[in-house]
Design a protein around this ligand. Structure first.
Ligand code: FAD
Ligand code: NAI
Length: 506
């Protein structure tokens, strides 16, 4: 009988879960009417639709400001699963969330301009923007004034001015990059399989080189090897013994930000997977078919090595965007900052008023990660919500104080009310500076294995292997932006497991 009750309970919970999910989807599809922004309120301009800006938007009470969002990308991108899009394990639209959907969920409407900020004038308090999309109207460039500005434009790819990198390699930062890589992999495979292709040309075309042994390079190399082992090898057997993945890293090890045992685990797993790792190897030049690198031997001697390649993916980290460089050159206090906008503990850009920066374009003393950007966004939302409440309370106190003189008969009651507001004001004004809380680092390393450095009760736990892979998957599923994203990603995982990845070249 107990078992029957357990079944009934499970059944009811399942129905309740589905109903709850359905109701959430219904609400998303039929949002409440939005209020129009009040023109007397301050204009808050937010640049970017990445981790930092979207996390701010998610929690910002948009009734308090006239909010304008400006970004050349009209969607949020869940970057942790981007390497999986390069091989078709996940379809790119599954990790994109349209910014219009996000903004439609807000109480007060928010303006969005699909445009790039080309310059910021802190003196005149304006942002110059331009439309760089394919279709352009009569106006392609204009200025947007602001009272408060949040800069969350991220970073661009670092190339260190190495010749040939921009012309010949693929990056891995945006959806377009992942699509380009996916196309190139299949182009290399089909070209290698072309009639009478000479053996050395097949070797070159099937050699996939990844430069940069940080998490992006490592995750991509793992995904690529999976794609080959699970799909390409079966469907294009004639070239199967020629496929090679090489990972080149300038430092003595890959994943330098992970703990030593996880570095060793990754390197030994790559060895088993037949991914070649070349550490202490610094790329100096790239041509259309080769990578030239300087290898430092155990005796300290340097030697030049040439790697012919079919696909080259460049993943050597971040560089400052031109709009940020331009702003930094206008602010004397930013003179010594090299990696982005130096901010204080409240994320205010040093040397400015009413400008905040977050994420990869800001230098707050933390690594450029989604975790940091998203926590900074949450912090700013709380700060701005509090600032608006503070202003409203101060206004109320001012009004009540002036009515004290006009209604002396009610003075006791008014004083009580003022004291109550002052207490609230003190509580709200007491905002602590931003403090990052590190939850840990995760990385997929191929063949259904992952590594994790997780913070656990103030300590650090290092884990690796197949169970960590399941943890990696469940962590990223729970972090996906919406229920729609979650269902699409799960569906993609199932689809690629059951039917294999799609080898068609679009
Ligand atoms: P972004 O998310 O890059 O967003 C910047 C936004 O600004 C974009 O919308 C862009 O279109 C817009 N923009 C650009 N130029 C302009 C302009 N001139 N004017 C207006 N808008 C502009 N971090 C983790 O913590 N965990 C992970 O697993 C992880 N995986 C990653 C995997 C990959 C492949 C990559 C590339 C990064 C990964 N990261 C990860 C790092 C993480 O994605 C970044 O740290 C994070 O995206 C930074 O957020 P952001 O808001 O500063 O910038
Ligand atoms: P990165 O900066 O972490 O690593 C780049 C690597 O390239 C460095 O190890 C560097 O030594 C190497 N390099 C630079 N120039 C080189 C050259 N000429 N030749 C050979 N090697 C060279 O960059 P990545 O991986 O793009 O990550 C950027 C940020 O995003 C980091 O903060 C990272 O933590 C985060 N991220 C986190 C992920 C995760 O947690 N799973 C996944 C991807 C990125």
């Amino acid at each position: 009988r107990k078992l029957r009750w357990a079944w009934r309970l499970g059944y009811i919970s399942a129905i309740a879960g589905v109903a709850y999910l359905g109701y959430g989807v219904y609400l998303d599809r039929h949002p409440e009417p939005q209020v129009e922004p009040d023109p007397s309120k301050k204009t808050l301009v937010i640049l970017g639709t990445g981790w930092g800006s979207v996390s701010l938007l998610k929690r910002l009470d948009t009734e308090n400001y006239n909010v304008i969002v400006i970004s050349p990308r009209n969607y949020f991108l869940f970057t942790p699963l981007l390497p999986s899009c390069t091989t078709g394990t996940i379809e790119h639209r599954s990790i994109m969330e349209p910014v219009r959907t996000i903004l439609r969920q807000k109480k007060a409407s928010v303006k969005f301009y699909e445009a790039e900020a080309s310059s910021i004038d802190p003196e005149r308090k304006v942002v110059r923007i331009f439309d760089n999309s394919e279709i352009r109207g009569d106006i392609t460039e204009t200025e947007v004034p602001y009272d408060m500005l949040v800069i969350g434009v991220g970073a661009e790819n670092a190339t260190f001015g190495i010749p040939g990198v921009r012309e010949h390699s693929c990056f891995l930062k945006e959806i377009g990059d992942a699509q380009k890589i996916r196309k190139r992999i299949m182009d290399c495979v089909e070209t290698a399989a072309f009639k009478d292709q000479p053996p050395e040309e097949i070797d070159r075309l099937m050699h996939m080189v990844v430069v940069g042994g940080g998490p992006t390079g490592v995750e991509f190399a793992g995904e690529l090897q999976d794609f080959f082992q699970e799909d390409i090898k079966k469907l294009v057997p004639e070239i199967s013994d020629r496929f090679r993945v090489t990972l080149i890293e300038a430092l003595p090890s890959v994943l330098p930000s992970f703990s030593k045992q996880l570095i060793e685990y990754t390197e030994s797993t790559f060895k088993e997977e037949k991914i070649n790792i070349h550490t202490k190897t610094m790329v100096k030049k790239v041509t259309d078919k080769t990578v030239e690198a300087e290898v430092t031997g155990p005796d300290g001697k340097k030697e030049t090595v040439v790697f012919p390649y079919g696909l080259l993916v460049w993943a050597t980290g971040n560089a400052v965007r031109p709009v940020i460089k331009d702003l930094m050159s206008r602010i004397p206090a930013q003179k010594n900052s090299r990696r982005g906008l130096a901010v204080n503990e409240y994320l205010v850009v040093q040397g400015t008023r009413d400008i905040w920066a977050l994420g990869d374009c800001a230098v707050a003393g933390y690594a450029p990660t989604a975790q940091v950007a998203s926590q900074e966004g949450t912090f700013l939302a709380r700060l701005f919500n509090n600032m608006a409440k503070t202003e409203a309370l101060e206004e109320k106190i001012r009004e009540l104080s002036s009515s004290l003189n006009l209604q002396p008969g009610n003075s006791a009651e008014i004083s009580r009310e003022i004291a109550q507001y002052e207490r609230q004001l003190k509580r709200i004004k007491d905002v602590k500076p931003f403090q990052y809380s590190h939850q840990g680092s995760l990385a997929y390393i191929g063949s259904e294995k992952a590594v994790a450095d997780v913070t656990w009760f103030n300590g650090n736990v290092a884990a690796a292997g197949s169970l960590t892979f399941l943890f990696w998957r469940s962590a990223y599923i729970s972090m996906c932006f919406s229920t729609r994203n979650r269902l699409l990603v799960i569906n993609d995982w199932l689809k690629s497991k059951v039917f294999g990845r799609d080898l068609s070249r679009e």
